[in-house]
Design a protein around this ligand. Structure first.
Ligand SMILES: NC(=O)c1ccc[n+]([C@@H]2O[C@H](COP(=O)([O-])OP(=O)(O)OC[C@H]3O[C@@H](n4cnc5c(N)ncnc54)[C@H](O)[C@@H]3O)[C@@H](O)[C@H]2O)c1
Length: 385
């Protein structure tokens, strides 16, 4: 019989609903209790999902809980994850793993010492879109990849998040730390670890106006750069140009394009799970479409446009698969894919981009990680309902 891990949720905010939705798709975890520094938020979450609300300390001391799901804001990730590990719980955290590399390294060290699992979002690279691209690249459809482009650019979260302040805060704000994890994890999954970065930055507006919720209309201060442009050099010698921006009203570029010696590939949105992959092998030739909507983690499951701007009725969202895959690996003593080494390396790339841009110099990446193995159908079938 499948073991169902009892999960304690810390941080009952905006994204929590997505993880409760994951109960519908995955068979091996159940969020049974929740906590938040804001007791009203945890009570509301508990009554909505018919679970128990506890204080954070009581949740951490609760013997029933095996995994802490850390959905707090980025600057609290380190503190909450550390406490969870010290209370002998496995941890799965929303992105980023922490807001600085030293804290992330410490978390990894504690987890190793205590023989506990530490896992992190994003898990979108386990979706049909990125996995299909990985399959085609590994089958050498476009030859050796030398170059590429990636872009995440939009006007910012302030219009649709009721508490957007952390996205514009000095240490943990900005598009690199917010959206970088999706794009960079997707790239590391396809190309392997990075070795060096450089870039430039800008901050367009000093203040932004909140567009939704109780604080609608309030102006908040922007305390961080809101655009990063630059280049990532990967260990496999591919060179990728990137744009990460909260300063773009609209654009019409592909999320990720990779250029190989025998063709080019368009990789779908790394913030979602599905989407088609396109390959062209000839200048001016056709782009062959590889659909992912029949794949178990690519099937369209979003029926309505939600408050999260990227969720529309053409998308697949299976967030929580990383937690489920980690639970499977705990049970079967295997290495999980959304592991601490991968997230630490991605955080290191992000922080190095920020450093390179602010100090106007190339920065070497000192961490590394193994390229995650393809997530095959047999493995997916074991955790999917
Ligand atoms: N909002 C999204 O669409 C989205 C999407 C993907 C990922 N994420 C990630 O999920 C995380 C949470 O985002 P969100 O939008 O849900 O934020 P949110 O502000 O809506 O919710 C965060 C919750 O954590 C609580 N909290 C903060 N510090 C805490 C602490 N020390 N201990 C206990 N509780 C604490 C807050 O009170 C709040 O209820 C972030 O890391 C974000 O990057 C968000």
């Amino acid at each position: 019989m499948t073991k169902v891990f009892k999960v304690g949720l810390v941080g009952c905010g905006h994204i929590a609903e997505t993880y409760f939705r994951a109960h519908k798709y995955f068979n091996n975890f159940k969020i049974v209790k929740c906590a938040d520094i804001n007791y009203v938020a945890s009570k509301k979450c508990a009554s909505l999902y018919n679970i128990k609300a506890l204080s954070v300390n009581n949740l951490l001391n609760d013997k029933e809980i095996e995994i802490i799901l850390n959905l707090t804001i980025p600057k609290a990730h380190y503190e909450v994850s550390k406490k969870a590990l010290l209370h002998n719980k496995h941890v799965y955290t929303e992105k980023p793993m922490a807001i600085n590399v030293e804290n992330a390294k410490e978390l990894l060290k504690i987890a190793k010492r205590k023989n506990l699992y530490i896992g992190n979002a994003p898990d979108t690279f386990l979706g049909g879109g990125n996995q299909k691209a990985k399959e085609l690249i590994e089958r050498n459809f476009i030859g050796k990849i030398n170059l590429g482009n990636m872009i995440f650019a939009y006007p910012g979260i302030q219009s649709y998040h009721p508490n957007p302040e952390p996205w514009f805060a000095k240490k943990e704000g900005g598009p690199a730390i917010d959206m970088g994890p999706y794009y960079l994890t997707a790239l590391v999954n396809l190309l392997g670890p990075a070795k060096q970065v450089w870039g430039s930055l800008m901050k367009s507006k000093k203040k932004r106006r909140i567009g939704i919720g109780p604080k609608k209309g309030k102006l908040i201060k922007v305390n961080c750069p809101t655009t990063y442009l630059g280049t990532i050099f990967f260990k496999n010698n591919s060179i990728i140009r990137f744009t990460l921006s909260f300063d773009v009203v609209a654009h019409h570029r592909n999320h990720i394009e990779l250029y190989g010696e025998e063709g080019s590939i368009i990789v779908p949105d790394p913030n979602m799970f599905g989407g088609s992959v396109y390959v062209s092998k000839k200048l001016g030739g056709t782009w062959k479409e590889y659909k992912t909507d029949k794949m178990p983690l690519g099937k369209i499951n979003i029926r309505q446009k939600s408050l999260r701007a990227n969720e529309a009725s053409i998308n697949a969202n299976y967030r929580g698969v990383g937690l489920s895959e980690m639970a499977y690996c705990i049970k079967n003593k295997k290495k999980h894919r959304c592991n601490g080494e991968l997230s630490l390396h991605v955080l290191d790339i992000i922080k190095s981009i920020m450093k390179a841009a602010s100090q106007k110099k190339r920065v070497n990446i000192n961490t590394s990680c193994k390229i995650p193995k393809k997530f095959n159908l047999n493995e997916i079938r074991k955790i999917i309902k």
